[in-house]
Every structure is written in C-alpha cells, then in structure tokens.
Design a protein around this ligand. Structure first.
Ligand code: EPU
Length: 304
C-alpha cells in the first residue's frame, strides 16, 4: 500500500485533478508477463493536468512510477509501495502533416505503424510486432529487424520530472543507444513527433508481412512474456547462447524458457515473479560459466 492510500478523501482529490484512483490494483493485470503484486494506481485521464497532479503527489511526499504498456516489465510479487501512474490513451490519436507525424505517447506502437503505412509513410516496419506503447518504446529505444524507434524521431514532448514542467526536446537533445535512451525514469513522454520516408503502401505492407512472419516463427508471440529478457552483449546473441546450453524448455515453477526463442521466459503455468527471477539467475550463472559473459537485463524490473 502506498502512503497516499492512508490520506483521507484521496479518491475525490484524484478525481478533482482529472484522474481515477484504483487502490491495490494487481499489476499482473497490467503486464504482458501476467505477474506482479498490487500497487495503488492512478489513471491519468486529463494529461493537461499532469503537472498539477505530480506537484500534488510531491507535496504529499508520495513517490510514483509511470506504467506504459507493461510489455517489458517484471514486477515483484509483493507489490509496490510507490504509486503507479497510468496514462489514458488519447482518443484523437495520430496526426499527420506531410512526412511529419505526431503520435500520443500512450498510443499503441503497432497501431501507429499501421496508421502511418496507410498514409504511405514507412520506416517503422520492423517495429510492427513490438508490443507496448509508443512512449515506452521510445523510452528504451525499442528495435527489431534493423529499425530502432529513436532513428525516426524528430521531437518529443515530455513532462520532465526533474524540472516539473512540460518541455519539447529535439532529437539532438536526446541520446539513443541500444535499448536505452537518455530519458530519466521520472520523464513522462506525452507525444512524439516522427519524420518518416514516403513509400507506396503495398511496399510497406510487404515488409510488415515479412517481419510478422519472421517474428511468428522465431518468437513465442502467443505466450505471456516480456520479450527478450536479457540484452545481447556486443557481438553475441543471448538467445543463441542459452539455446546452445540446452536450456530451452527449462522450467522453474510456472516459468519456462521458451522452446521457440531461448531469450524469452514465458509464463506458461501461472508463474510468479519469483519463478522468473530464479530462471533468470540460472541463465545468468550458466552463461557466465560457459561464456564468461555477464548478462544485463533487458526487461525493466520494478521492486521496492
Ligand atoms: N538463435 C538461436 N536460438 C534461439 C534464439 C536465437 O540459435 O533460441 C539464433 C538465431 O537463429 C539467430 C541469432 O540467434 O541466428 C539471433 O537471433 P534473432 O534474430 O532472433 O535475434 P536476437 O538477437 O535473439 C534481437 C532482439 C529482439 C528482436 C530481434 C529481431 C535483443 C535482446 N533482442 O533478438 O528484440 O525482436 O533481434 O530483430 O536485442 C526484445 O527487445 O524484447 C526483442 C525480442
């Protein structure tokens, strides 16, 4: 439980700030892995009042975290003391101006890729099967099949946690690296401006189909997972190493190393976060022993 839950009339006060109060919400409902204990969740309905809401939380001495699509997230079983903010999807969606596109950060990434394709705008085809929100993808510079989202971004409107205000950053102001950006954990991305190359719709669609097909055969897309669990060390494929160690199909509790892609841990039998952590430790240990490499988590872990 968060310290906010103990303050009287909190539901009414959150409502007055344009948000909804969902106490002790199981985060397993909000993560693609389907694990994670409870946290007090604030659903931000009115983005224009975000700064006011956060200033209010700060005054009350409440710590918060931002939940995106929950698709690259592993939350501990005991739940969180921090309040979790969740942005409502903007109903008006993607806006076009020639090759420039303005996408709300809370929009679904796959939907945004398709909307752009319909306007003959390509460059994001590789991202088609990456689950989650546009903001989440940008925060960690998600990528697949030769595309990284950071490459097509021109500007980002962001609530800067450190400054307590909304700023517009240009690409030059942000550093994008492999599965990492220079945004801070308390930066809340609000909208993203992309500049995309114009291409015929059929061409874009063909490439999207190819990427979908590759992903279908090489990744367990129908199972509960958080995508790749570890980063690839430079020059190595973590999936291949885990595979070579014969660990595909290894099970601890309800968690299994996918037979389809060894860098995916799937929640097949009602796993707990603890099962997943144990399987991660096992992988880390074996890879270190066999290859002398220390694996770095790709999945974002939320613990108290
Ligand atoms: N491989 C195996 N066994 C496996 C998995 C892979 O032998 O179980 C081999 C493949 O045959 C291939 C090589 O390893 O020769 C690389 O595999 P793959 O093309 O699947 O790429 P990856 O490096 O394992 C990366 C990203 C994925 C992204 C794909 C496609 C990371 C950690 N992973 O995987 O991203 O979808 O490339 O571009 O960078 C994610 O970020 O969550 C994610 C899944």
């Amino acid at each position: 439980m968060s310290s906010l839950a103990q303050q009287p009339g909190i539901a009414e006060q959150m409502a007055a700030l344009g948000s909804a109060w969902l106490p002790t919400e199981p985060l397993s409902r909000h993560t693609s892995l389907g694990v994670g204990g409870p946290a007090d969740l604030v659903r931000v309905r009115d983005l224009r009042r975000l700064a006011e809401l956060i200033a209010d939380l700060r005054r009350r001495g409440v710590n918060w975290r931002l939940l995106g699509g929950g698709t690259n997230l592993l939350v501990v079983d005991e739940g969180l003391e921090d309040v979790v903010l969740h942005l409502r999807r903007e109903p008006d969606g993607v806006r076009f101006d020639g090759p420039r596109v303005e996408v709300p950060a809370a929009a679904n990434l796959g939907t945004a890729v398709m909307e752009c394709a319909k306007r003959n705008l390509g460059g994001m085809e590789g991202l088609i099967g990456v689950p989650g929100t546009v903001g989440g993808a940008l925060h960690m510079n998600a990528g697949a099949y030769g595309t990284q989202i950071g490459d097509v971004v021109r500007a980002v409107t962001v609530y800067r946690g450190s400054a307590g205000r909304v700023e517009v950053l240009r690409t030059e102001d942000v550093r994008f690296e492999y599965r990492h950006s220079s945004f801070a954990a308390n930066d809340i991305l609000l909208s993203v401006s992309l500049e995309l190359p114009e291409r015929p719709y059929e061409e874009i669609l063909e490439r999207i189909k190819q990427c979908n097909q590759k992903r279908r055969v090489s990744q367990p897309i129908k199972e509960k997972s958080a995508g790749c669990i570890f980063k690839n060390p430079p020059g190595h494929s973590t999936g291949r190493m885990i595979d070579e160690l014969g660990l595909k199909g290894a099970r601890l509790g309800g968690a299994v190393i996918s037979e389809r892609h060894a860098n995916f841990i799937v929640n097949r039998y009602g796993a707990t976060a603890a099962d997943i952590f144990r399987l991660m430790d096992l992988i880390r240990e074996k890879v270190l022993k066999a290859y002398g490499l220390e694996l770095e988590e790709e999945v974002i872990v939320w613990r108290n």
